[in-house]
Design a protein around this ligand. Sequence first.
Ligand code: NAD
Length: 490
Amino acid sequence: MLNLRMYINGEWRDSTSKGTQDVINPSNGEVFAKATSGNSEDAKVAIEIARRTFDSGIWSEMPNSERALYLFKIADKIEEKREELLRLETFDNGKTLRESGYDVSDAAACFRYYAGLITKPDGQTYNVPGPVQAMVVQEPIGVCGLIVPWNHPLLMSAWKIAPALAAGNTIVFKPSEMTPVTATKLFEIIEEVGIPDGVVNLVMGPGREVGNEIATNPLVDKISLIGGTNTGRHIMRAAAENITNISLELGGKSPNIIFSDANFEAAIDYALYGIYFGTGQVCSAGSRILVEESIYQQFVEKFVERAKKIRVGAGDNPNTEMGPLVSQEHMESVLDYIKIGQQEGASLVCGGYRVEKDGLEKGYFVAPTVFTDVTSEMRIVQEEIFGPVAVIQSFRDEQEAIYLANNTKYGLAGSVFTNDGAKALRVIKKIRAGITYVNTYHLGFVEAPWGGYKQSGIGRGLGTFGLQEFQETKQININLQVEPIGWFEN
Ligand code: NAD
């Protein structure tokens, strides 16, 4: 049994409350690790240490090229420990080994990208009037409170820790209480590569205690959250007290628009991948499939036929194509939404039940589920279910497709399938979302900004934008001819 502890000021520590939290394998409901469960006092200590360490300059004033070396080493070690990390991710979150493998590779790539980026030129100079040299420099923002969810535990940790560290900040990091395992392994790597004590601190525990302390503590300069929209709302309110800088990467209910002229087989394939990859527990999941009227029936039939064949099973079974939901509570929430859909009058045409056969009885499995005959007002069409539940709606023409696509409070992702290039770009330009695709789904690159419009968030992670989220911008004006100005006569 793994015992996970917090990492504060270079030491592995238990919570001052001595509480622990079971870490459960969602494929079989068994406890496979125990994590110390921190509280607001632990978070406060970590924040004070991060503050002192930032102000000492040991990391914030280190040359960028030197900081980059640590990040390259972290990337190398993630790859060295690939097998261990991907297995642990699968036990912790339930995702398939294949899905975990991608997360491990992407996490290493993220550290490598920011290690490279931080050594590239930044800042600007301006040719301004007068004997003045004006310039702009980027500086680290300070103490960063980083809070991440359970759906990609290692990858989301990398998305936040890599740019924050590259920029020269110190960190207080909180993983989801449900999935602290690979984040802890990442901190072991951080210790191994010799990042100075106090630069990166790990505090586990519930959001309402540890997360809330991070959001309200005046010593924190930046709060960066990946999580649900309600948590984002809470953090925004909490941050208002100290006007703390925030970035929020939140939920979604993303449209996947299929026109009748699309490559039909490819559209089916990507639509399945769009919603069922990660068991639908992906912020950018294509959970609303919009299909042009003339191919709607044919599309639904084929989609359901294929969805029924998806092999549901334990994450560590190499034969599995779709793993369990992350927890019993989350499974119950998804099953509740399925009931709500039926009560709302939608037609349940596939799945809709817990899978409990062939050794899966103790896990949190839900069959790939499809609703048709849905209307825009239904909760299953408007709310993020975060599970393997697709709603398929038909549209008459381009205009209606755009209207339906944007008829949501969210704006994270969106996709269009068509063989008409001009139509694809016309529609994409009208979609109010930050991550869009043409004839594909779930593509993501560390180079490109990630984030949402509307209630899907504020700011952008990844790419150069993701580095700027962790930097302050300072203008410097240098007088090149120092003499009295004579503004006041006497
Ligand atoms: P969540 O909002 O419940 O939790 C996310 C993190 O916030 C956890 O570490 C949690 O402990 C913490 N937290 C919870 N309440 C808090 C509070 N009051 N103050 C401070 N911290 C608090 O989300 P989740 O269930 O872990 O993850 C699923 C959600 O994350 C989905 O809505 C999904 O769309 C979203 N998500 C978004 C992105 C993105 O890039 N936009 C990526 C992954 C997941």
